[in-house]
Design a protein around this ligand. Structure first.
Ligand code: IPE
Ligand code: IPE
Ligand code: MG
Length: 264
């Protein structure tokens, strides 16, 4: 009997949550403040989101912080965002480590300044053995770029004679995509009122449940995340199968121990 791609060990809570943190600029503009004030408030909301995920037993959290397209914003905003990013790394990593969070980054690192890059590497190395929450920050990330990189890696394997073209299947592509060692996101949340993916995890979101809210990212609180989790808990994920097939697979799963947590 086919089984769902990932089972949530905590009933109703996604194992892997992916978030587009949108609306910082509008949050500030509504207050007649510079957009960077909104980004600063957005950094505080990141902590709220992490707190709730730790409290509710979410195992993996992937946050879209800066897209490959966001480099095209005015120089002043990009520069301000980079300063905020560096400051957040300096301020938050000790505490995340203390709380057992493993921190990693996905995206094109070549575009970051050396001081930010060094902090990113250091944070990843220090927290590599942690397991309470697998936190991934997508920065300078684009879903199309992710697919292009995976394609290039496969082409190199073929060119070097390590892979035959007929061996390229979904599993081979998946091995080279970002987040390859995590189950795909169960739930996707986008704040800020827009209903689009904006080049986030194009491959990985194939069967993710999508949830949108008008709330702007800096206004995020536990009540909003719990509302998303409650909605998620009531969805029937069919993965292309029939409802009857899914229900009988779940009846079988309920009798057996729940899936292991994600390893470090
Ligand atoms: C999301 O907020 C943060 C980044 C893209 C860096 P925005 O800056 O996109 O905020 P809005 O959508 O303009 O309100
Ligand atoms: C998506 O938001 C990227 C991040 C939140 C980091 P954008 O604000 O860049 O997306 P669009 O431009 O509204 O599609
Ligand atoms: Mg936006």
């Amino acid at each position: 009997m086919p089984s769902p791609q990932s089972a949530a060990p905590h009933p109703g809570v996604p194992r892997h949550l992916a978030v587009i943190m949108d609306g910082n600029g509008r949050w500030a503009e509504r207050r007649r403040r510079p957009r960077l004030i909104g980004h600063r408030a957005g950094a505080r909301a990141v902590n709220v989101c992490i707190d709730v995920c730790l409290a509710r037993g979410v195992e993996a959290l992937t946050l879209f912080a800066f897209s490959s397209e966001n480099w095209g914003r005015p120089e002043e905003e990009v520069g301000g965002l980079m300063k905020l990013f560096l400051a957040a790394l300096e301020r938050e990593v000790d505490e995340l480590h203390r709380r057992g969070v493993r921190l990693r980054f996905i995206g094109d690192r070549d575009r970051f300044q050396p001081d930010i890059l060094a902090r990113m590497r250091d944070a990843e190395a220090r927290t590599a053995g942690n397991t309470s929450l697998h936190l991934t920050i997508a920065a300078s990330y684009g879903g199309r770029q992710d697919i292009a990189h995976a394609t290039r890696a496969l082409a190199v394997e073929v060119a070097e004679g390590r892979l035959r073209p007929e061996q390229i299947d979904e599993a081979a592509v998946a091995r080279h995509m970002a987040l390859a060692d995590l189950p795909p996101p169960d739930l996707f949340i986008r704040t800020g009122g827009d209903h689009r993916i904006s080049n986030f995890l194009l491959w990985q979101l194939a069967y993710t449940e999508l949830w949108f809210t008008e709330t702007l990212w800096p206004d995020l609180d536990a009540t909003l995340l719990d509302a998303a989790f409650a909605d998620f808990a009531n969805r029937e994920r069919r993965f292309g199968l029939t409802g009857a097939q899914i229900r009988s697979a779940q009846a079988g799963t309920d009798a057996s121990p729940s899936a292991d947590r994600i390893d470090a």
